[in-house]
Design a protein around this ligand. Structure first.
Ligand code: HEM
Length: 155
């Protein structure tokens, strides 16, 4: 009886261990796949995102304005690339709606670029109070832009 119990536990151990091992093996492969499938727009957005994260930390500090201006240049670089691209969500819409969707997206992205120019001008003038408001406005535009033009998350 004791032998039966040990054999049962041994088998149970394998049954639990096998799917766990398989899941662990699968994880890096799918992470690599999702990295590969980044759209050009996602890459441009990541450039904006990195600059934005750092800017939020230092925007109020006038002693960092030279570095902040470099970050704003990165943000503009990402936004200038973005304005030429088409959001993936366009593919989910009926063909008849795609052009209007893309035009609206491009107009929003141009507004965003105008906000980036204002942020740059205020930093150059060492007006950090205004620059803080500018950055806040850009982050509000991010929220609206994502709500309107980004594919809803799957799952
Ligand atoms: C501070 C401003 C913004 C930041 C920090 C930001 C950041 C991001 C990030 C991190 C992603 C995901 C990238 C990835 O999956 O790797 C993304 C995606 C996206 N963003 Fe932004 N974003 C900003 C502004 C905007 C604006 C103003 C718009 C539209 C006018 C916009 C439209 C989109 C779209 C459409 C996607 C999905 C990409 C695709 O369809 O391929 N974003 N953004």
């Amino acid at each position: 009886m004791k032998l039966h119990l040990s054999a049962f536990l041994l088998v149970l151990g394998f049954v639990i261990a096998i799917p766990t091992t398989q899941a662990q093996e699968k994880a890096p492969a799918s992470a690599a796949a999702s990295k590969k499938s980044k759209t050009d727009l996602e890459k441009a957005m990541s450039t904006i995102g990195r600059a934005n994260r750092q800017l939020k930390k230092q925007i109020a500090d006038a002693s960092k304005n030279a570095s902040s201006l470099e970050l704003v240049a990165k943000m503009r670089e990402g936004a200038e690339a973005s304005v030429k691209l088409i959001p993936a969500k366009a593919q989910d819409l009926p063909a008849s709606e795609r052009d209007a969707f893309t035009s609206k997206y491009q107009a929003s992205m141009k507004d965003f670029l105008a906000g980036v120019a204002k942020l740059e001008a205020d930093l150059k003038a060492n007006n950090n109070a205004a620059a803080q408001v500018d950055l806040k406005n850009l982050n509000d535009q991010e929220k609206d832009g994502h709500k309107s033009y980004r594919r809803p998350e799957k799952e």
